[in-house]
Design a protein around this ligand. Sequence first.
Ligand code: HEC
Length: 691
Amino acid sequence: MKNTTVSLVLIAFLPLILNSQNKIGTGPILELYKQNCSACHGQNMEGGLGSSLIDDVWKYGSSDEDIAKVIREGVPAMGMIAWKDVLTEKQIRALIILMKEQKLLAESTGILEKVKPLGGVFSTEHHNFKLEKVTELDDILWSIAFLPDESILITQRSGKLWHLVDGKKTEITGMPKVRAVSQGGLLEVAPHPDYNKNGWIYLSFSEDVGAKIDDKPASMTAVVRGRIKNNKWVDEEEIFRAAPKFHTVKGGHYGSRFVFKDDYLFFSIGERQEGEPAQDLTLPNGKVHRLYHDGRVPEGNPFYNEPGAYKSIWSYGHRNPQGLDLHPVTGELWETEHGPRGGDELNIIRPGRNYGWPIITFGMNYNGTPWTDKTHMEGMEQPVHYWLPSIATCGIDFYEGNEFPEWKHNLLATGLSAEELQRLVIEDGKVIHIETILKKQGRVRDVASGPDGLIYVSINTRDPNHGTLYKMVPLGEPRWTSLFNGRDLSGWEVRDGTSTVLVDDGAMVAYHQGTSGHTYLTTKKTFSDFILELDVKVVGDLNSGILLRGVSNPRFRNGKVHGYQMEIDQSERQWTGGIYEEMGRGWLYSLEGKDDARKAYRPSDWNHYRIEAIGEHFRIWVNGVPTLNMADKKTTEGVIGFQIHNLPKGGGGGAVHIRNVRIVSEKAGDQIQGISIPEVEIEEASRVGDA
Ligand code: HEC
């Protein structure tokens, strides 16, 4: 069960519109697939002569090792060729990564739809929220930190530090010189835990100290602390600075996050795009380091006494650790590491441990060439979780506020290329559930719980670089009103036809009677935006329907009530949950070809409906299954009602039972629920019929 949840939500990781570094289904590995496998397994792995490779049905086992074995050894009797003499182990590994990416790609649309905001409202499993802009920069906003007075510090990657007080931002002058080339620049900022007493603020940045390799300027991550006085950076002290010989020419993988714990400062340095140095204990790259707050090296560090080792190293074998935070309950140090394609990692950092890069990884090169077939090795740590496809992990934060109570102590993880913010539920050191809570709003680089309990996110765009600091503001709980008191028909009226409506056993029961025309049971009040939930049971051969924003006009068919009707379809067709416009355009949204939606309805039984009508947007769920997502501008207000069908000439009959009718009609737009099917706009042209 737990595993299914994780694999289902893995879909959410899919970076659909990707930056060049991280395209799915491209590169030499796709060519390899096309040349060797697609003839039998299909262009998109959907299957053909061979089985589907994306349906998650694995005849020979589902683990990476099982799949590798089938590819290696084949199933000659069944027509699957053995590939071990043709493909290398690395290529087989890369093919498995490709298959998994492809599977998630096939399934990703639903998640993308679900996290789309409607009217600025983002809907998630537990909380709905809005994004409010705090400030913006014409550059990348790298890091967010809060001072005890609740004012905010943000770094602008090209080298500026800003202090935000009540939304007004002031530039801090006299900042250290940074090398703002490629991924480098002014990176992390954090106040000392005792800031109120000592005023220290820590910064990390990429620094050019004049070192050169082959005449090209080299740089390295540096850490300093200083104070802000009258909006000026003063009292600067060095905390970490690698000697010039450790500087490299590459422009990326600076790591750079900070965490304070007890007397120590932890910080990360990426492997500077060099790979192997991550394994070399004499080098600072690809490591998490530990120092005292003033930069001294603690004697208790794991390699302190190892000859030649870089004494501040706490853990090694990291690629580009861009997220660090302490678990709020266990106090463990958690890290996210921007990995290769398919190899972003979440780790718990323990002293002296080797996290394996570049020897083991779950990923391959961004360009689709294999890196290694090794995912495990003696003496190397396994990640708590790895992201496939990659989201390009950056900052993380364990949420500790009270404004999103259901998210307490969940890990919020950012994704750059995937443009995501994810919420990871962690139990006993394991990820048991993941939900995407922001998607396609821009590259999410940093996240921080504010002292006000709100969540602050830095969202960036490229070309041109632009950074916005948003806060996520939760929307209140839904305010339900009951529309039926369970005893009598107060608030309701019976119109148009001759059917009888009674209240029986806590339900309204309407009997199909007469052959002259339909009867309607409607509310006396009208509604415009609303969320309606109710249970309805229809018995008999006749269909019924729930009238949404029903109207009547004395000049049209003697004022008969009509309009949008959510069909309850007892026939074999089962289009229950679609919308038919009664005395108007007919079917606006049928369930033709939508098999999942059609299966949701249970004929002649109680069914639960959720209907959202927010402005022009209509969304319907039948027993929790989304059946309709449509936009139509025609009718903005009207009654809610039920159709009691007239009897066919040949007889028949039946009844409609209705109970548990409740509605949110105040701020209903705040209470929407994400829906996984795309919206269909009803075209103006199809609007014919009554005026
Ligand atoms: C000539 C046709 C053919 C080609 C080419 C081929 N396969 Fe297959 N493959 C099959 C068939 C048929 C099966 C199903 C075997 C069975 O049902 O027992 C299969 C099964 C598999 C399975 C196991 C699926 C499961 O349910 O466990 C994997 C994985 C697989 N193939 C991968 C590949 C890869 C990767 C390539 C290319 C390198 C490839 N195949 C090329 C015919 C082919």
